[in-house]
Design a protein around this ligand. Structure first.
Ligand SMILES: NC(=O)c1ccc[n+]([C@@H]2O[C@H](COP(=O)([O-])OP(=O)(O)OC[C@H]3O[C@@H](n4cnc5c(N)ncnc54)[C@H](O)[C@@H]3O)[C@@H](O)[C@H]2O)c1
Length: 325
């Protein structure tokens, strides 16, 4: 098998590329470097600079490197930006995916793994979200991920491509400091950013129907997430399962951690225990979003191994590396 990883120089993509390569898979990365960092990839993983929607480039890479599977992570991923620029998000995350899938089908590639998100569920009122929980995204980003899943499955059926859609919950941590998330869009880097500016972390709403009143989320270490991709790729690579259709799987730990608990832990790890300030609820935040991880265990033989403290500690080492402290 030779896997092309789109978005391979990104935060999650570089973890996936390294994990798959370390496990003996042949791996190539493609990234337009709009948010990617080439130095995240070791020298032995070739990086093609360009768009995952550039069918000419894809055709060339697929043919010259005998690519047999694609792991598609390249996407726009900021919820707020998706609300402000919905057409751009649909164009990139759905239109671009359509071009990629057409190239995959034309090249006769039979395995496709798609980065989806818990954002496809919206705000379901359930204790544990299973893959059968109805999808009702509440922002254009989540909509593009859901539409992307539909497109991936339809293309799989039409062209005989076996597909896996992985619905990631809240990704955090770093396998090594140089692989850390450089964006300040998720809660862990957002809190680090506040502390670095000597400002109190913010909690948006503490009157939710949860044990401490703050929102509860399911955090997954990016190194565990990378191992889930390897497990999914190996499943797709099994010849007895080729043409086996599609699989959609939650990737989470199945354990809820409240925003207040997480901020307390960040205080312990960083040594900066300034108390958080409570502000108004943000529209669209679900009180609780925790995955059922049963299907991942059953279908992929994968379960998360790393805890939330490991995520915070490793993310903090990465933050310190990139912010010179
Ligand atoms: N980070 C999370 O918490 C999270 C949660 C759920 C799902 N996801 C999904 O995981 C994937 C990766 O996210 P990430 O956090 O690593 O983000 P990231 O921005 O670090 O990585 C995305 C990579 O894709 C590249 N890219 C974007 N558009 C491209 C294009 N058209 N052609 C080629 N490369 C392109 C960027 O340069 C970047 O390197 C995305 O699909 C995202 O929606 C992320």
């Amino acid at each position: 098998m030779t896997w092309l990883i789109t978005g391979g120089a990104g935060y999650i993509g570089a973890h996936v590329a390294r994990a798959m390569s370390d496990a003996g898979e042949r791996v190539l990365a493609l990234d337009d470097l709009s948010a990617g960092v080439p130095a995240r990839l070791p020298a032995h993983i070739p990086l093609f600079e360009g768009s995952a929607h550039d069918t000419g480039l894809l055709k060339q890479v697929f043919a010259e490197h005998a690519v047999t599977g694609v792991v598609h992570l390249a996407a726009r991923k900021q919820v707020g930006e998706s609300v402000a620029r919905p057409a751009h998000y649909y164009e990139e995350n759905v239109g671009g995916l359509a071009a990629l899938l057409a190239a995959v089908a034309e090249a006769g590639i039979e395995r496709f793994l798609f980065s989806s998100s818990a954002a496809v569920y919206g705000n379901p009122d359930v204790d544990l979200i299973t893959e059968d929980t109805p999808c009702a995204p509440v922002n254009p980003y989540g909509e593009t991920k859901l539409a992307g899943e539909w497109l991936v499955r339809a293309a799989g059926r039409a062209h005989g491509i076996s597909t896996v859609c992985l619905r990631y919950f809240n990704v955090a941590g770093a396998a090594a400091p140089d692989l850390a998330d450089l964006g300040v869009f998720n809660i862990v880097p957002m809190v680090f950013d506040r502390l670095t500016r000597a400002e109190a972390p913010r909690i948006f709403g503490d009157d939710y129907p949860t044990p401490d009143g703050t929102c509860v989320r399911d955090y997954i270490h990016v190194a565990d997430l990378a191992e889930a991709h390897l497990a999914a790729a190996r499943r797709l690579g099994r010849t007895d399962l080729v043409q086996a259709g599609d699989l959609t799987v939650n990737i989470g730990r199945g354990e809820g951690v409240s925003v207040r608990e997480l901020i307390t832990m960040i205080g312990e790890v960083t040594g900066d225990r300034r108390p958080p300030v409570v502000e108004a609820r943000r529209p669209g935040d679900a009180p609780r979003a925790v995955a059922s991880s049963a299907r991942a265990a059953e279908e992929l033989g994968w379960t998360a191994r790393r805890g939330v403290r490991d995520m915070v500690e490793s993310a903090w080492r990465g933050w310190q590396l990139h912010h010179g402290e």
